[in-house]
Design a protein around this ligand. Structure first.
Ligand SMILES: Nc1nc2c(ncn2[C@@H]2O[C@H](COP(=O)(O)OP(=O)(O)O[C@H]3O[C@H](CO)[C@@H](O)[C@H](O)[C@@H]3O)[C@@H](O)[C@H]2O)c(=O)[nH]1
Length: 260
C-alpha cells in the first residue's frame, strides 16, 4: 500500500485509487457497528458507505452516529426497501460520482470477513473484478444451514452451466471491482432486484470481457438478525437466469443461421 494522498486528502490503495466498501442494510441495527469497526481495522484506508433502505429497526440512525464520529463512514438513506440490487446500484453511483477507484460489495451481518478484504484487494492488482468464492478449493461456509448451501451451490451451478460462465461462486456477494471496469457494464440496464443481482453483474462482467478472478473466502453465517432471503428472491433469480440463458442460446442460433 502506498502512502500517497490524492487531492482531497484521500489515501491511495496501491495503484488502484481509493477504496469504498458498500454495505447494503435492511434491519441490521445490531450488526452495523461491529462490521464498520472490523472494516476500519482491517483496511484503515478504506471508506465505507452504508446504503440503508429506511430500516424500521433504526439501522440508518446508528449508521449516522458512526458517520458523525468517523469521517470515513458515509450513509446513503434510501426511502424504502427496494432490494439488494437497487441499493448496490445507488451505492455504485455514489462512489463513482466521488471518484473512488475501487468499489467493494460486503454484507452487513459478518458473513463476509473484513479481515479477508486485503487479500481481495491484492488480487485486484491483477484483475478487473475479484469474487470472494465459497465454492473453490480453500473456500468454505461455516454454520450455514444445509438447505441454504444446497440452494446456493445449486444456483451457482445452474447459472454457470446455463450462461456458460467460468465462475464457481456466481451468487456470492463479497466482491471488489475496479471502478473503471464496473463502468463498462451498462448498469443503467440492470433490473435485478434481489440476490439475482449478483448473477446479473457476474454475467455482464464475463460478456464484457473483464478479467475476473476468484479467491477463496470463509463465509460465516450471521449470528444476529435474519436473512432477507425469500421465495420471491429465489423465484426472481430462477426466472431471470433461465430467461437470460434461453435468450442467449436463441440469439447464438439466429446468428449462426444468418451466417450459414
Ligand atoms: N439496502 C438493502 N439491503 C438489503 C436488502 N435486502 C438485503 N439487504 C442487505 O444485504 C445483505 C445480504 O442480505 P442477507 O439477507 O444477509 O443475505 P444472505 O441470505 O446471508 O445472503 C447470501 O446470499 C446472497 C445471495 O447469493 C449473497 O449476496 C450474500 O453474499 C450471501 O451469500 C445484508 O447486509 C442485508 O441487510 C434490501 O432490500 N435493501
Amino acid at each position: 500500500m502506498s502512502d500517497e494522498l490524492e487531492p482531497g486528502g484521500r489515501r491511495r490503495y496501491g495503484p488502484l485509487g481509493t477504496v469504498l466498501v458498500i454495505i447494503p442494510t435492511y434491519n441490521e441495527a445490531d450488526n452495523i457497528g461491529p462490521i464498520v469497526g472490523r472494516v476500519r481495522a482491517a483496511v484503515p484506508e478504506a471508506h465505507i458507505l452504508v446504503a440503508d433502505d429506511n430500516s424500521p429497526d433504526g439501522t440508518g440512525k446508528y449508521a449516522d452516529e458512526l458517520a458523525v464520529e468517523d469521517e470515513q463512514v458515509h450513509v446513503l438513506h434510501r426511502p424504502g426497501k427496494e432490494g439488494l440490487g437497487a441499493a448496490y446500484l445507488a451505492g455504485f453511483r455514489w462512489g463513482i460520482e466521488r471518484g473512488y477507484g475501487v468499489l467493494v460489495e460486503m454484507d452487513a451481518d459478518g458473513s463476509h470477513q473484513p479481515e479477508e478484504l486485503p487479500r481481495l484487494l491484492t488480487a485486484l492488482g491483477g484483475a478487473d473484478l475479484v469474487l470472494g468464492s465459497r465454492w473453490m478449493p480453500g473456500g468454505r461456509v461455516v454454520n450455514w444451514p444445509k438447505y441454504r448451501e444446497l440452494v446456493s451451490r445449486g444456483g451457482s451451478t445452474y447459472s454457470r452451466l446455463l450462461l456458460g460462465m467460468p465462475i464457481r461462486d456466481v451468487t456470492g456477494g463479497y466482491r471488489a471491482f475496479r471502478t473503471e471496469a464496473l463502468e463498462r457494464l451498462a448498469m443503467e440496464e440492470v433490473a435485478s432486484q434481489g440476490y439475482c443481482f449478483q448473477v446479473d453483474l457476474a454475467w455482464r462482467a464475463v460478456k464484457a470481457g473483464l478479467h475476473v478472478v476468484e479467491v477463496p473466502i470463509t463465509f460465516v453465517d450471521r449470528e444476529v438478525g435474519d436473512s432477507k432471503m425469500s421465495r420471491d428472491i429465489f423465484a426472481e433469480a430462477l426466472w431471470r437466469v433461465t430467461a437470460w440463458g434461453v435468450g442467449s442460446r436463441v440469439s447464438r442460433a439466429v446468428g449462426r443461421k444468418g451466417r450459414g
